[in-house]
Design a protein around this ligand. Structure first.
Ligand SMILES: CC(C)(COP(=O)(O)OP(=O)(O)OC[C@H]1O[C@@H](n2cnc3c(N)ncnc32)[C@H](O)[C@@H]1OP(=O)(O)O)[C@@H](O)C(=O)NCCC(=O)NCCS
Length: 171
């Protein structure tokens, strides 16, 4: 059974050891970068990050980093936020900052099951109400794009960088 648990002193070393395939390098930040992002968000962000380990039974098989933002002109330096604010009228959003399943565990349906759990969790508005969930997916990362599309994410039709897609799921 798939379960989400906070990354804390009991499990962070297991998360630290998770690896993507070599061919997936560049599709997401490294584990080290995600820990740094979570730390800085905790220190300086307006809302605490949701940094969650994905468990299959008692085994850590992946993790996700989810961030919450209220959109306003103050954070309009982020072009993706501007697209969501201006084109969709979003006032608050959840961002999938990171999502991965360990290389050895991929292709077994765990990504699909974890995504369903994460969306269900976000729909409970753990940090506040929001209009959408958004993420950025490398255009060549077809496996992830298909997975996100299966779960209702749609390409917003605008790109900030040529090699990336901005995807949105209305809540
Ligand atoms: C994207 C990722 C999370 C998918 O995890 P997973 O556990 O392999 O996903 P699943 O086994 O549930 O498979 C999801 C779908 O992708 C397909 N799939 C999985 N691996 C595949 C592969 N190597 N080639 C082709 N299709 C593949 C599955 O068949 C399934 O399709 P379906 O929904 O039609 O049945 C995983 O590949 C990963 O961690 N990638 C590296 C990090 C990354 O890219 N994160 C996203 C950043 S935007």
């Amino acid at each position: 059974m798939i379960e989400l648990r906070k990354i804390d002193s009991d499990n962070y070393e297991k998360v630290w050891k998770l690896k993507s395939l070599d061919s997936q390098k560049g599709y997401k930040d490294t584990v080290e970068e995600d820990f740094a992002t979570a730390y800085l968000e905790l220190l300086e962000g307006d809302h605490p990050p949701m940094f969650l380990a994905i468990y299959n039974g008692e085994e850590v098989v992946g993790y996700t980093l989810i961030l919450y933002y209220e959109l306003c002109e103050d954070n309009s330096h982020c072009e993706e936020f501007e697209i969501l604010r201006k084109d969709f009228g979003d006032k608050a959003i959840y961002e999938f900052g990171s999502f991965m399943i360990d290389a050895k565990q991929q292709g077994k349906g765990l990504g699909n099951m974890a995504m369903a759990k994460i969306i269900e969790y976000i729909q409970s508005f753990p940090l506040g109400e929001a209009n959408s969930v958004f993420l950025i997916c490398k255009a060549e990362n077809k496996v992830a794009e298909k997975l996100f599309t299966t779960h209702g994410f749609m390409d917003v039709g605008k790109q900030v960088f040529d090699d990336e897609k901005v995807m949105r799921l209305a809540l």
